[in-house]
Design a protein around this ligand. Structure first.
Ligand code: SF4
Length: 353
């Protein structure tokens, strides 16, 4: 644990560096907790460059917590389409409803209250509390973990409980050693994103290089320590392509599944296996990864069966509906390659705008 003097020295270097090097990101031009909250949730597991247009579109379409609380869930999912981890979007709307009913639509300022909102964990609580309200609340995410483990030479698995406690405590010491809690936390995020990369960190550009134990000991390839590798599960799904005239049949994914509420072609993951005419080869195969699953989608032409329910969609519908990433990939590939599709849909008519 750094003493107060060391903590202040580190924070002043970080703050000085951040003032000169902070990227101009749209959510950094607001102090409104709503915009900061949305950006922090979008940025989880997603690159800044990807998030920028999503954040702008979201804030234009749903500029207030009240509007978000009243929006149709399908509209919220559509705004999130492509970002993945859709429970995040659902939780944002649940939290907005709670803020409207319990806090008169005003984002709460108390970290303990923020932490209880749906979808908000300790990291997001720290980010909102420090950036929007200037409170000395710590943040620890992947970037901050990398910086702290490296600076302080922590070679234990960062996911272990004891290491987590240590990291949060270090982050708290740092954020409490300055008045500018917002910039300090953002400097940690920024340094992790732009300098202290997982591989080949740019130590020569790092403001805290002289204090970095890992650099001094030449242990960058070992810290942070890697946990157990993720075990992936293989999944194979049959997808059924049904046309009625120029319309394609889509179905909504039921509640309780990953991507619930999104639209897809009928398939044997969410519905019954269908009879496939001339079942020889699928008309197209697509590979897709989601969380721990490696999925192979095999699409077959199928004859229309009255028992199959769903929505018959033209190109405009497909563009406007929230469609799961794997099925949008599949439909787009079909629109380029398969004659039934190329005559009706082109990739540009399906493109989300
Ligand atoms: S000196 Fe290098 S390894 Fe250490 S914190 Fe800076 S960028 Fe990361």
């Amino acid at each position: 644990m750094p003493d107060n003097r060391k903590a202040r020295r580190l924070t002043s270097k970080l703050l000085e560096w951040y003032e000169k090097n902070a990227r101009d990101l749209p959510w950094r031009n607001t102090l409104h907790p709503y915009g900061i909250w949305i950006s922090e949730i979008m940025l989880q597991q997603t690159q800044v460059a990807t998030v920028i247009p999503y954040w702008k579109r979201w804030m234009q379409t749903l500029p207030t917590i009240q509007k978000l609380s009243r929006a149709k869930p399908e509209r919220v999912l559509k705004l999130w389409e492509g970002l993945g981890y859709y429970s995040r979007a659902r939780n944002i709307q649940l939290a907005a409803k709670q803020i409207v009913t319990e806090y008169q639509g005003v984002f709460p300022e108390n970290p303990a209250v923020i932490r209880k909102l749906p979808g908000i964990g300790p990291y997001t609580t720290g980010a909102i509390s420090s950036i929007a309200f200037g409170l000395p609340e710590p943040i620890v995410d992947g970037n901050v973990t990398r910086i702290l483990t490296r600076i302080f030479g922590i070679d234990k698995n960062p996911k272990d409980k004891d290491t987590q406690i240590k990291l949060w405590s270090l982050a708290k010491t740092l954020v409490c050693s300055t008045e500018d809690c917002s910039s300090l936390n953002q400097s940690l995020m920024e340094l992790g994103a732009t300098v202290c990369h997982v591989r080949q960190p740019e130590c020569h550009n790092c403001p805290v290089m002289r204090s970095c134990t890992t650099k001094r000991k030449n242990m960058i390839h070992l810290i942070p320590a890697k946990g157990k590798p993720t075990r992936y599960e293989e999944k194979e799904i049959e997808v059924y392509v049904l046309f009625r005239g120029r319309n394609l049949l889509l179905q909504k994914r039921p509640d309780g599944l990953i991507n619930a509420g999104f639209w897809e072609l009928p398939n044997n993951e969410t519905g019954p296996k269908l009879k496939i005419a001339n079942k020889k080869e699928p008309i197209i195969k697509i590979r897709h990864s989601i969380t721990k699953y490696r999925i192979l989608l095999k699409a077959y032409s199928t004859n229309y069966n009255k028992k199959i329910e769903g929505k018959w969609c033209n190109g405009t519908d497909i563009r406007k509906l929230p469609i799961s990433a794997s099925h949008r990939k599949l439909i787009t590939a079909l629109s380029k390659q398969h004659k039934d599709f190329t005559q009706i849909f082109t990739p540009s008519t399906l493109k989300v705008r």
